[in-house]
Design a binder for this molecule. Structure first.
Ligand SMILES: *Cc1c(COP(=O)(O)O)cnc(C)c1O
Length: 387
C-alpha cells in the first residue's frame, strides 16, 4: 500500500476474492488492462494473440458472452457489437469494397436497407435487392464484382422464409461471402453454418437479451480468415460493448430455451386464431402454410418464435386499422420484439417489390402473457373496430 492516502485511493490492485463462488459471471469492467512487464505490452484486438490488451476489445465478461454465442451457433469466433444495427454495419463494411456489388433481400430489416443505400452507396458499393424466394436463381444476379450476399430469413415484416442453403451454395460456388441475419431463430432454431452460411449475425437485443432492457448484437464466423477480417474492422470501428450489458445478455441466455418454447406455443395459438377471423386475409407466420416459404421453414428450422404479421382484408381502411391497434390493451405499440411483452406495429405503407399485398400489414410480437387473454384482447378490439 502506498503511504499517502491520495495514492491509496487510486491503488489499482484488485483480485477475485478467494473462497467466493457464485453461479453468476462477474461483471468485469476496464478500459486499461495491466501488463506484467513493459516488454509484454502490446495493443491488439486478437485474443488468440494476446489475451487482454485494452478494454475496448473486451473484458472477461464480453468474451464469455462471445464464446457462448459462438458455441451456441456452431461457429468458432464471435464479436459483440453495441447493437444489432452495428453488427449489420460491421459485416457490410468488412465484406464490401469500393466498386463492389452486394445483394440484399427485398424484405431485409429496414435499417439494414438504409446501410446499403445511404452508407455503402457513398463508399462506391452498389446494392441490389432480390426476391427473398429466389433460391438458387440468385446466381443470375451475380456479377464479377459481387462481394456479399445478405440473407435474412424469415425476413422482416413480410416473413418470407428464404432457401438459404441454396443461396449460400450458389454464392460459395462463385466465391462470394454469404451473411445471414439469424435474429428470428435466436441463432439456434436454424443451423446457419451447417447450411453453408459464412457469417451470422443476431440482434441480441431480441431473444438473447429477452427483456427489452439491453441493446447488443453479435457477428459469428467459423473460419480463421473471416475471423481476422471481421476482427480488424470491429477494432477499427471501436465497437465496444458494455460489460454490464453483456452480463444482462448472459443472464438472458440462461432462460432462452424456456422462453422460446413458451413464445412458440403462444404465438402459434394467437396466429392460428387470427387466421380464422373474417377481417384477416392471410397470416404470415413461418409455421403456417399461408406464409411464403413455409415449406422451406419446415425443412430447415427446428421451431418458430414470437413474431408474425397479419395481412388484413383489402377493404379495411387505414383509420379503422389504426383504431383497432389503439384499442388493444395488453398488446403495446412499439418497435423491436423478443421480450416478455406483447407488441403490435402497423406497417400500412409497406412497399414490397416482389410480393405486394393488397391489404394492410400489422406485425405482432407475442410475449409471456396468457395466450387466452391475448386472444380476448384481439377479439374485443377487432369486434369494436373492424366488423
Ligand atoms: C431488431 C433487429 C435488428 C437490429 O437490432 P438493434 O439491436 O435494435 O439495433 C437487426 N435485424 C433484425 C432482423 C432485427 O429484428
Amino acid at each position: 500500500m502506498p503511504p499517502d492516502w491520495r495514492s491509496r485511493l487510486t491503488d489499482p490492485v484488485s483480485a477475485a476474492p478467494a473462497g467466493f463462488k457464485s453461479l453468476v459471471s462477474p461483471v468485469y469492467r476496464g478500459s486499461t488492462t495491466l501488463f506484467t512487464s513493459a516488454a509484454r505490452a502490446e495493443d491488439h484486438w486478437d485474443q488468440e494473440r494476446i489475451a487482454y490488451s485494452y478494454g475496448l476489445y473486451g473484458t472477461p465478461t464480453t468474451f464469455e458472452l462471445s464464446a457462448r454465442i459462438a458455441r451456441l451457433e456452431g461457429g468458432t469466433h464471435c464479436f459483440i457489437t453495441p447493437g444489432g444495427q452495428a453488427a449489420m454495419a460491421l459485416i457490410s463494411l468488412t465484406f464490401s469494397r469500393a466498386a463492389g456489388h452486394v445483394l440484399l433481400p427485398d424484405n431485409v430489416y429496414g435499417p439494414s436497407r438504409d446501410i446499403a443505400q445511404l452508407l455503402l452507396s457513398r463508399l462506391g458499393v452498389e446494392a441490389e435487392f432480390y426476391d427473398p424466394l429466389i433460391g438458387s436463381d440468385i446466381a443470375r444476379l451475380f456479377r464479377a464484382n459481387t462481394q456479399l450476399v445478405w440473407c435474412e430469413s424469415p425476413g422482416s415484416v413480410t416473413m418470407e422464409v428464404a432457401d438459404v442453403p441454396a443461396i449460400a451454395a450458389a454464392a460459395r460456388g462463385a466465391g462470394i461471402i454469404t451473411a445471414l441475419d439469424n435474429t428470428y431463430a435466436a441463432g439456434v432454431l436454424f443451423d446457419a453454418f451447417a447450411h453453408g452460411v459464412d457469417v451470422t449475425t443476431q440482434a441480441l437485443t431480441k431473444y438473447v437479451g429477452g427483456h427489452s432492457d439491453v441493446l447488443l448484437g453479435s457477428v459469428t464466423v467459423k473460419d480463421a480468415r473471416l475471423y481476422q477480417a471481421v476482427g480488424d474492422t470491429h477494432s477499427l470501428l471501436g465497437m465496444n460493448a458494455s460489460p454490464d450489458d453483456c452480463s444482462l445478455a448472459l443472464r438472458g441466455l440462461k432462460t432462452l430455451a424456456v422462453r422460446l418454447d413458451k413464445l412458440q406455443d403462444s404465438a402459434l395459438q394467437v396466429a392460428t386464431w387470427l387466421s380464422k377471423q373474417p377481417q384477416v386475409e392471410r397470416v404470415l407466420h413461418p409455421a403456417l402454410p399461408s406464409c411464403p416459404g413455409h415449406e422451406t421453414w419446415k425443412r430447415d428450422f427446428t421451431g418458430s418464435t414470437s413474431v408474425f404479421s397479419v395481412v388484413f382484408k383489402p377493404g379495411i381502411g387505414r383509420e379503422p386499422l389504426l383504431q383497432f391497434v389503439d384499442a388493444l390493451q395488453i398488446f403495446k405499440i412499439g418497435y423491436s420484439w423478443g421480450g416478455v411483452t406483447s407488441l403490435v406495429m402497423p406497417f400500412l405503407e409497406l412497399k414490397r417489390r416482389h410480393r405486394q399485398y393488397a391489404g394492410s400489414v400489422v406485425r405482432f410480437n407475442i410475449g409471456l402473457e396468457s395466450a387466452a387473454e391475448l386472444i380476448d384482447d384481439l377479439d374485443a378490439a377487432l369486434g369494436r373496430n373492424l366488423r
